[in-house]
Design a protein. Structure first.
Length: 154
């Protein structure tokens, strides 16, 4: 089996229990071990926008191919605040973004119109859609021009 890339810092591990410095160390180790042989995506999402930007800048400086960020959670963020969050990470890092939508853990449910608004940013390459709403999934696949899950980078 061939591995095309790694998604580093996702919600499967202890990511949200780690300090910023521990997350950076994981990004560095993954980059060192990958030896530029596979694509790397750094999940930099946080409730704290400054931390997300700091992690995004660090991963970009290390040479990560793309960033990903879980929607900000815990507090009830409005959609304009969520859009600002993604646009700020992208603007501050200059890297591409995969939106990480996992509503059963974040409590953030976005619809087609909201995903469409995020997709207007050319640096948003797609979405990691981790939800059980197959009706929304099918509608997203039909209406959006970018993939829901990326298998490779452009």
């Amino acid at each position: 089996m061939k591995v095309d890339g790694l998604y580093v810092g996702g919600s499967t591990g202890e990511n949200f229990m780690l300090s910023t410095e521990e997350k950076k160390e994981i990004f560095r180790i993954a980059k060192d071990e990958a030896k530029d042989q596979i694509a790397l995506i750094a999940q930099v999402g946080s409730v704290n926008l400054k931390e997300a930007v700091e992690l995004g800048k660090y991963a970009t400086e290390l040479g990560y191919d793309c960033l990903s960020a879980v929607t900000p959670f815990y507090y009830k963020f409005s959609f304009p605040e969520i859009k600002h969050y993604y646009d700020t990470i992208i603007a501050e890092t200059g890297n591409n973004m995969i939106v990480y939508s996992i509503p059963f853990l974040t409590g953030v449910n976005m619809g087609i119109e909201q995903f469409g608004e995020l997709y207007k940013n050319p640096k948003v390459l797609g979405v990691k859609f981790t939800a059980g709403d197959f009706y929304l999934l099918e509608r997203l696949k039909k209406s959006l021009s970018k993939p829901l899950n990326l298998g490779r980078f452009r």
